[in-house]
Design a protein around this ligand. Sequence first.
Ligand SMILES: C[S@@+](CC[C@H](N)C(=O)[O-])C[C@H]1O[C@@H](n2cnc3c(N)ncnc32)[C@H](O)[C@@H]1O
Ligand code: SF4
Length: 412
Amino acid sequence: MNGNDISWRPYQKCHSDEQSDEESGVGASASLRIAPLPQTLRSAQGDMLSLDFLGKAYLEHNAVSDSERDKLNMQPKMIKDVFGRMLKDLRISVTDRCNFRCPYCMPAEIYGERYQFLPRQEILTFEEIARLVRIFVRLGTEKIRLTGGEPLVRSGVEQLIGMLSTIEGIEDLTLTTNGYLLQQKAQALKDAGLQRITVSLDSLDDEVFGQMNGRGYGVKKVLDAIEEARRVWLHPIKLNTVVQKGVNDQTVLDLLRHFKGTDVIVRFIEFMDVGNINGWKLDQVVPSAELVRYINAEMPLEPVDKNYRGEVADRYRYLDGSGEIGFISSVTEAFCSDCTRARLSTDGKLFTCLFAGDGRDLRGPMRAGASDEELEALITDVWTQRMDRYSEIRASLTEPPKRKVEMYQIGG
Ligand SMILES: C[S@@+](CC[C@H](N)C(=O)[O-])C[C@H]1O[C@@H](n2cnc3c(N)ncnc32)[C@H](O)[C@@H]1O
Ligand code: SF4
């Protein structure tokens, strides 16, 4: 593993991604005509069958054009960027506010009492978010993650989850939280249709945790919340732990011991240079390879294959069979070439990279009356021109980008 070792490899199709141009709707010939419906597709009584059924039957029996396929609304378009990466995941920052002040994300000196967060009218409404999500799903998005800021400080976030959970085509609906408000919300989130949850927890040591959440809060509330999330079966529960050298690296073994043998999957994240204000320095990053060696010496591990292509964490399991842990190495082992994630900021901008400077405004056109088709064209335009791969070229940049969006604005 070497952060300076930049080896961009173009996106290669793997078996699970296999999809013909025709299936993807790309290049489907508009000149092909739909054949008349075969008699066998009428019911025994001669009645016409349901539109849904007929749609499937048409697709099975005919090559259809993009617009005809759209009308039938049967298949997502599976758009791809310049490197062939599909748009499979959408992370939505539902608020730019947070009840923590983690120094690596929203340092208290900057985000003090006088800091002006977005006024209400600039924040996407739940209806606007749900509308955009439906359009993303038509373009191939299957996974939705609500994040922030702290998503649980947005009032009624479970209503949004309820709205999203009815959208057909979403296979994974999840949320990332610091856990502080989770205990009282877990049941409502589950009832609304949230499938699983990721909780961030950097240390079990109250003092270290208090320093890393910037508020001096203790660990107990988050641990109780995790128990409640297990009870209501927001499963599997993943735990995000940012590791900062000299801050919490001495506490990682304790954290692992606590969750070893449970179904909670701890994932260590390398401290990243997101945004402009967290004072990031490369020497504060603990490379995942070093962390794996360190943990392995105490609790023997073996690597496990990824669950799917593009999974951000490298997976390991304990040799004694007591569970799984993960490592997210966006600094030392960039995974841009498999990145299928888009991000929607609290104020409705579409970002295609965590390290981007600016995004494309969707809220403006939406509020000015753009149709779904026009919004879909906008998103398609952004995605098909996408060629970012910041983490892979970070080390070769002579100077860092002048301005990057902050993580809490677009969601981690
Ligand atoms: C921005 S937070 C938003 C959701 C929620 N407030 C939380 O903390 O889980 C999403 C994830 O990003 C991680 N994160 C924030 N800043 C980071 C940084 N500089 N490097 C690595 N991870 C970071 C957090 O630890 C968290 O797991
Ligand atoms: S990482 Fe999450 S909890 Fe911490 S300040 Fe950022 S948004 Fe808040």
